[in-house]
Design a protein around this ligand. Structure first.
Ligand code: SF4
Length: 450
């Protein structure tokens, strides 16, 4: 169990020497209990305190890195059970499988489809994270060749699934890319020794939590350092139950023996794999493997993942400024909204749907939506007037007419007073913008002296 601030405090020197950067030992203990500081920041701590507190302050779920550089995938390293307690840091990695029995053309096409699965949503690029290479051929040399082709063709970190002999052959080809090794349960020890000698992460697989605990112990004993746990469930219900159980034991009970990131192989005939993936993304899976590269099957899961792993305390923001939509001209309408990413992309797509070129002003509002920003005093008549007068839009259009979101219609009079711009009150909901813009008479945006 995690130590409380008081329990930590009792182990500290209690001299309030401030070497840790905090005014008192109690303040430091509170930071440690919250997971925001480690005992290494307290040089005078006794070796007994360092040993006990070092273990207690280690992350409840270890971090496992697959791949290298910017494209590396981090599994685990979470500290809470529920997003509202703090945040989730590392989204469930999605791997699409590649069989080593594919012919050359089919392999190239499969890798192309995996790579092509990348698109932008609310300002973020989302895509499949890994390629899972399966050894279905029983030929280590062939498996190694396909692993090398997958690495260069998909350009993503690899999960290598096969017998220890095939993994050993593939490690010679692609070991430097830091793949995740996944031997079958009966070859776990050999796979773990290979992972230990190559310094690579390993998936320990065993059906059921008791067997999994024994498999994890075996992998540790064989020298594996970075381990991912796969409880090999037979269906979606068992998968979710196992996933919740492992994460709860790790975070709430600090049960180190099973505290590992989790992997779930939903390929090879797993029943309802996409329903299972949709349940496992919010319920703690660190990695899911699917036997598909079909966008129709993968995009909903990727979208769901983005929704779950967007930190609600840190809304995605876009840069404040002036955004031209379509071929905006000096006589195009001017609209304004806030820099909350979801608001921006919604308003933008609704303007695009109207086929009316326009200038969209984005106000800096700490990533809040229009009503929230208004309530927080960040989207005010004064701030809007300042954007109109100093933000540069006056040099880009000949008219002086602003379309204001209908939800803050009450600001219109004061904005007109302060800026000398005419304000048209737009619709309450962005979805009404297409018909609103199409109905606007061209005379609404004539030059100021026209
Ligand atoms: Fe206390 Fe250690 Fe911080 Fe000094 S460095 S104030 S002893 S916690």
């Amino acid at each position: 169990m995690a130590l409380t601030a008081l329990e930590i405090y009792k182990l500290l020197p209690k001299t309030n020497c401030k070497e840790c950067g905090l005014p008192t030992c109690l303040a430091f203990a509170m930071q440690m209990a919250a997971g925001k500081a480690g005992i290494e920041k307290c040089p005078p701590a006794s070796s007994e305190a360092k040993e006990r507190l070092g273990a207690a302050s280690a992350p409840p779920l270890p971090r496992v890195t697959v791949g290298t550089g910017d494209g590396a995938v981090v599994l685990g390293d979470e500290v809470v059970l529920f997003r509202h307690e703090k945040t989730f840091h590392h989204p469930t990695a999605i791997a699409a499988s590649v069989s080593d029995t594919l012919g050359e053309e089919a392999l190239v096409e499969r890798l192309r489809r995996i790579t092509a699965l990348s698109f932008e949503r609310v300002g973020q690029t989302i895509s499949v994270d890994m390629a899972a290479v399966r050894c279905d051929s029983s030929d280590p040399a062939r498996f190694a060749r396909v692993a090398a082709a997958a690495l260069s063709g998909a350009g993503k970190p690899l999960l290598l699934q096969g017998p220890a002999s095939a993994l050993a052959a593939a490690v010679k080809e692609v070991g430097a890319s830091r793949p995740l090794l996944c031997p079958p349960p009966e070859e776990l020890e050999d796979g773990a020794k290979l992972a230990a000698s190559a310094g690579l992460p390993l998936v320990a697989r065993a059906r059921g939590l008791d067997a999994l605990e024994a498999a994890l112990a075996k992998a540790r004993a064989a020298g594996a350092k970075e381990i991912v746990a796969d409880p090999m469930p037979e269906d979606a219900g068992r998968a979710v139950a196992d996933s919740i159980c492992i994460r709860t034991l790790a975070i709430a009970h600090r049960a180190r023996e099973v505290a590992y990131p989790t992997a779930f192989d939903l390929g090879g005939g797993f029943p309802n794999p996409f329903a299972a993936a949709c349940l496992l993304v919010p319920k703690y899976a660190s990695l899911v493997v699917l036997d598909t590269a079909d966008p129709a099957e993968l995009l909903p899961i990727l979208t769901l993942r983005q929704n779950i792993f967007t930190d609600p305390q840190r809304p995605i923001q876009v840069e404040p400024g002036i955004y031209a939509i379509g071929k905006a001209t000096p006589s195009s309408p001017v609209l304004i909204t806030t820099n909350f990413s979801l608001t921006y992309f919604t308003v933008r797509s609704d303007i695009e749907a109207s086929r009316t070129p326009a200038h969209l002003l984005i106000a800096e509002c700490d990533g809040m939506s229009v009503l929230t920003a208004w309530a927080a005093g960040k989207f005010t008549a004064e701030s809007v007037a300042k954007i109109l007068l100093d933000g540069g839009i006056g040099g880009q259009v000949e008219h002086r007419t602003l379309i204001l979101p209908g939800m803050v219609a009450r600001l219109s009079g004061r904005i007109e007073e302060l800026s000398r711009w005419r304000v048209l009150v737009g619709p309450q909901e962005s979805s009404a913008l297409p018909s609103y813009l199409r109905r606007l008479p061209p005379a609404a945006f004539l030059p100021a002296n026209g």
